[in-house]
Design a protein around this ligand. Structure first.
Ligand SMILES: Nc1ncnc2c1ncn2[C@@H]1O[C@H](COP(=O)(O)OP(=O)(O)OP(=O)(O)O)[C@@H](O)[C@H]1O
Ligand SMILES: [Mg+2]
Length: 370
């Protein structure tokens, strides 16, 4: 038979396309030739695959089924299969029959695409959930008011106040979403300038004080390094990030608790810290809380008087991390459940201090703020 011709044609195809996720099989679905990437996927050298059945080589029933259908029905068949270690990657598969003599199988990795689709689906589901809660309260309150069931002015005022509060939460959610999408799309335009970290801290403290007072939490400012230190940052965004951290620290503190906000020079960056002695975060969640919409447990948050939790969307930390990264910095947390949390963001120095210059043994590595 003319298998040699087939093989030659296959090799020519491989060399032309560079699409080495290709397989050639005979009419009994035994591998005749495999491209390098296909062999890697099967975790065997390409030569070792030759003669193996498709199902033995890849252990994938869907892949086998696509191939079988193409063979028996003599037509091009497309499908999908999970391949690789533990089926961790998704592939689009096309099986092209070769006139009863076998098949060419082409595999195309669609894992990234599938991941994106999942992220988008989760996002829409989360968002609908976050919107529904306050909308339901507003509807209920408004219906009660218009039904005339409430006639004393004090209760009516109270209802209107609640409606306003829910609307504020919705507005905050929309603002956070807009912020997040601007930052994520890379459209964020940072107004970078050398900033005094003391001023960044002071402006965030000024904004958190009223909230802290209402929740009976003290705010303490910790002194930073001596001398003149400048970070290269966007004043508005940095103080927004610190404010988000401070907001959480207050929200998850116990009454009478204390939140400490400070900064220090660490290497070529300034590390801003927000520490609390609140409920802390179980270790299993610490990696995930920076994801958008991720919340440890709604019921654990303290709700100060007149506050509802529908305003807690789980977006604050996602914004913090994005702001830090947009500054070529980082954000993180150390926390012990039941003891407290210290959140931090590191932002590069505008000009290296004497200390960091001595430590790194060279001049400015950041090259900015001249
Ligand atoms: N200081 C903290 N102490 C304990 N848990 C915290 C602290 N900060 C954040 N968390 C946990 O991380 C989750 C995510 O925080 P994030 O700021 O992103 O969302 P949120 O505060 O719930 O809502 P939003 O900030 O959008 O109003 C919180 O829901 C909470 O479970
Ligand atoms: Mg928050």
């Amino acid at each position: 038979v003319n298998d040699e011709l087939l093989v030659a044609a296959f090799e020519a195809l491989l060399s032309r396309t560079g699409g080495d996720l290709l397989l050639l099989t005979d009419e009994r679905l035994r591998v005749l030739r495999a491209g390098a990437a296909a062999a890697e996927l099967a975790e065997r050298p390409a030569a070792a695959l030759v003669g193996m059945s498709l199902i033995a080589a890849f252990g994938s029933a869907p892949l086998d089924a696509v191939a079988r259908t193409a063979l028996t029905e003599e037509r091009v068949v497309s499908g999908e299969a999970d391949l690789g270690r533990l089926g961790s990657r998704q592939f689009a598969v096309d099986a092209v029959p070769l006139g009863g003599r076998g098949l060419v199988l082409s595999l195309h990795d669609i894992s990234a695409l599938r991941h994106m689709e999942r992220v988008r689906r989760d996002f829409v589901a989360n968002l609908s959930h976050e919107l529904r809660t306050p909308l339901a309260s507003i509807k209920l309150l408004a219906e009660t008011l218009s039904s005339g069931a409430v006639d004393d002015p004090a209760t009516m005022r109270d209802f209107s106040t609640q409606i306003e509060r829910e609307i504020d939460h919705l507005a905050q959610l929309v603002n956070e979403l807009l912020d997040l999408s601007t930052i994520e799309s890379g459209a964020i335009h940072l107004q970078l300038e050398p900033l005094d970290p003391r001023e960044v801290v002071a402006s965030s403290i000024e904004r958190i004080l009223p909230v802290a007072e209402r929740s009976d939490v003290r705010i303490r400012q910790l002194g930073g390094a001596e001398g003149e230190v400048r970070v290269l940052g966007d004043a508005h965004r940095l103080s927004q990030a610190l404010l988000n951290l401070a907001h959480n620290a207050v929200k998850y503190s116990h009454p009478g608790g204390e939140v400490r906000i400070g900064w220090d020079v660490v290497g070529k960056a300034v590390r801003f810290n927000v520490a609390d002695d609140g409920i802390g975060i179980p270790e299993a969640h610490q990696n995930r809380i920076f994801e958008r919409f991720y919340k440890v447990d709604r019921s654990r948050a303290r709700i100060s008087e007149g506050e509802t939790l529908s305003g807690s969307a789980g977006l604050g930390l996602a914004i913090v991390r994005h702001i830090a990264e947009a500054h070529s910095g980082r954000a993180g947390v150390e926390s012990l459940e039941g003891v407290g949390s210290t959140f931090w963001i590191e932002i590069p120095l505008a000009v290296p201090t004497d200390q960091s210059r001595a430590a790194s043994g060279q001049g400015s590595g950041l090259g900015a703020g001249r």
